[in-house]
Design a protein around this ligand. Sequence first.
Ligand code: DAT
Ligand code: MG
Length: 150
Amino acid sequence: STTERTYIMIKPDGVQRGLVGKIIQRFEERGYKLIAMKLVQPTEQHLENHYADLKGKPFFPGLIKYMASGPVVAMVWQGLDAVKTGRAMLGATNPLQSPVGSIRGDFCLAVGRNICHGSDSVESAEKEIKLWFPEGVVQYTSALESWIFE
Ligand code: DAT
Ligand code: MG
């Protein structure tokens, strides 16, 4: 559906490396609509909530520490097939397995420093959007809509 939503987050390394603009640009150029965005310093508690499914993995403590090491850019993007296409635009979890042309495939090398997050299903997107934007998203009309969708 053209109103599918995904939660995309630029991780602390993406922010520190000055890749915020480039990552946003890819979603804008593809035709997705930005409906929420903020720069936040997440707490470890909040991140443990976000990554609850991974609790118990050997890399979990390091993941939480890395994710809490600086501000992240939290965003919600809306458009056709936003979840699956968003994941394809990010690339694989391991940047070395990410195709050139994807965000991870172009900008990073290590799985523990993979610069961005994207929801893996519509259900997790809904959960993540609620977790990061309890205040809700922004409603507005995009002037581009009729040029991007039939
Ligand atoms: P993704 O971010 O592609 O959805 P995931 O949800 O399985 O991947 O894991 C969340 C993050 O945890 C991932 O972006 C990087 C880190 N991670 C996953 N597997 C890892 C591993 N084997 N070693 C170190 N970090 C890992
Ligand atoms: Mg994931």
